[in-house]
Ligand binder design. Structure first.
Ligand SMILES: *Cc1c(COP(=O)(O)O)cnc(C)c1O
Length: 242
């Protein structure tokens, strides 16, 4: 026991937070008749110091989400050498002038939302001999956010991105509005799933287009009930961001 207090006292114990999140994921999967192995927990480590990310790795987490290229660059440089098995996903908006850095750094980019950006990522990935996993971010009812392609333009973008040979199109991502009552978020998650299913049915994206990255600390259980295959969780795991 740490009797002299210290700065760590105020932080929730990461391993117990993780345990409780995993239980909630399992319960949501059970309610939906899904297998837990279908859901990947992406630990959102934006603003979290590298030391604490290392703790999360020690607790068993393997996939991390960052929303800024610059911040991720420093963290990955510090952590990657001793943690080769860890995956880093970019989940925030990508400016085209940071595309080159992003392709080199990340194992997946979840925030592709226009054709020009996709083509740029494809060109750079081809140059450095990498096949980059990507998700298309769809804008669903979130007035505060400009990120993401409009739902009506998603299918044509999916079709175009699926033809770029140095990108591996995995699926869709969304950040719906924050609504106190999570039941009100459910229709947005359902809408993302229906978009994926339509792309699969019409064959425009190939059969590997299966992933749905949706659900955050506040609403991940509903997202899982609606088919999420990746949930992106920050505050429930690491505590409130400064
Ligand atoms: C910050 C962030 C998250 C995590 O949010 P929490 O509410 O802290 O779980 C997930 N996805 C994106 C795109 C984010 O920017």
């Amino acid at each position: 026991m740490n009797l002299d207090g210290g700065s760590q006292a105020a932080e929730p114990l990461l391993s117990s937070a993780l345990h409780s999140i995993r239980q909630r994921i399992a319960a949501a999967c059970a309610r939906a008749g899904r297998n837990e192995s279908e859901v990947t927990l992406v630990a959102v480590s934006k603003t979290v110091a590298a030391e604490r990310v290392q703790e999360a790795i020690a607790a068993g987490l393997t996939v991390f989400g960052e929303n800024r290229v610059q911040e991720a660059e420093a963290k990955i440089a510090q952590l990657a050498p001793q943690n080769a098995q860890i995956e880093w996903h970019l989940i925030g908006h990508l400016q085209s002038n940071k595309a080159r850095k992003a392709v080199a750094l990340f194992d997946a980019v979840q925030s592709v939302d226009d054709e020009a950006l996709a083509e740029r990522l494809n060109r750079i990935a081809a140059e450095i001999g990498k096949r980059l996993p990507v998700f298309i971010e769809v804008h669903l009812g979130n007035e505060d956010s400009k990120a993401g392609v409009a739902p009506g333009e998603a299918l044509p973008l999916i079709e175009k991105v699926s033809k770029l040979s140095s990108l591996e199109l995995k699926g869709l991502m969304t950040v719906p509005p924050f609504l106190e009552n999570v039941e009100e978020v459910r229709p947005f998650f359902r809408q993302l799933r229906e978009l994926r299913d339509e792309a699969l049915r019409t064959g425009i994206a190939g059969t590997a287009f299966t992933q749905l990255s949706m659900g955050m600390s506040h609403d991940f259980e509903v997202a899982i009930e609606e088919g999420a295959t990746l949930v992106r969780i920050g505050t429930a795991l690491f505590g409130a961001r400064a």
